[in-house]
Design a protein around this ligand. Sequence first.
Ligand SMILES: [Zn+2]
Length: 450
Amino acid sequence: MTERQMTIIKTRCVNRLEPSSPPPPPPPPQQDILIPPILLVSLRSDDEFIRERRIKEEMNEPNLNEWDDTKLHDRVHPEDIPIIKNTRLRLFKAPDVPTWIFTKDGQYSVKSGYHQLTKPGTEHFLPNHTMTTLWKQLWKLNIPPKIKHFWWRVMHNALPVANNLARRRLKVIPDCIFCGDAQESILHLLFQCRFAKEVWELSPLHIEPGQLESRDLLDDIMQYLFKSSNQAMSKEYLFPFIGWRLWKARNELFFNNKRWAIPEIIHNAMMDFKLWTDSQAIPNISLLKHGKPKATTLQEIMHHTSSFVCCVDASWLDSQSRAGIGWILYSPQGRCVLRGFSSVAPVTTALEAEALALKEALFHLRRLNYVDVTFCGDSMLLYCDLEKIKKMPHSVPGCLEIQSYLDDITALSLNSFDFKFICRNDNSVADLLAKSARSQNLPFTISWEY
Ligand SMILES: [Zn+2]
């Protein structure tokens, strides 16, 4: 699969195309029309009444949930249409929201941004080989992410200093705000300005006088800083904190007209350094406390609940083959009352198959007027996310890959449905149903047990 296809699949613009705006003219055949990869949808309706009414309406007209072929042909390159149609539409309409597709939870992180910029094919973002090696060295340092990000900007000439702003035709005062003797560039501001030099030379790094001055290339200076830090403080590196504080001091003067004294900058950098290294020494208590979520046994669930229990599973081979879903419903007395299974069109991942299986089970039990059901499955990610959403309805959305399913499931689940993560052995009946539906390509079936 090409990267472009991946981008489209990840671009889950799963709302139906709105009919109101007139379609733009069809694209020329060679033109790549990609929906921007940051689009994704999320259901967050505030009005419970409207939401409930919409759920009822849309449940009665499930066939409405299909891509509009005419509009797709009007707006999308023909080659991309089958890929887009592979994306299942959510059950309920919701507004589009921007999402960063390169992390699991859709939230931007510096790490993922950096990864995108430096993956094969984009090496030109890094200025030269030495700088690439230095950057790798810096990336491995145990320093706060914001400081790492700051140094990434230093090394890629991406700080908004005067000479960079002037290059973009912004009208700025070109002089260094600390000394006024030279134009403000990154190299000058952080290393060659007489104010900055004093900060470095008075710091515990023991930079010898004149050492920074004699170097007029950033990579040369960085190599020197790595070397001197290594001698001075073994594995802990103070210099990233000093550079960061110099930049903060510049901004404080630039925006708030407040001048920090040199000892103050050094002191703050050392405090940052100490707080960070101390915090790293404390074991992560929350991880120790919670660890990996533990599966509940089906027996325990049956014993403690007075509701119906529905075990759900999916069977998935790869993104090209049809998958299978299966579920089995037990009465509060533990008697099997209903089961359903179906083979389904290919889905991208095993997790998506699990989410689809649960959505289908939920949808049909709701249609059959079951209102008090505990759904159990062996997909830790899916069921733990749902348990979390149930406890904290406004928590951060879970795994992005199945976000639209999570939204549909939450919308369908009323407040009476519950979700539990169980171990694979306890889910063998649903697993068997899903496997046989997939391998025998069985049509959608619900059967009652007597
Ligand atoms: Zn200066």
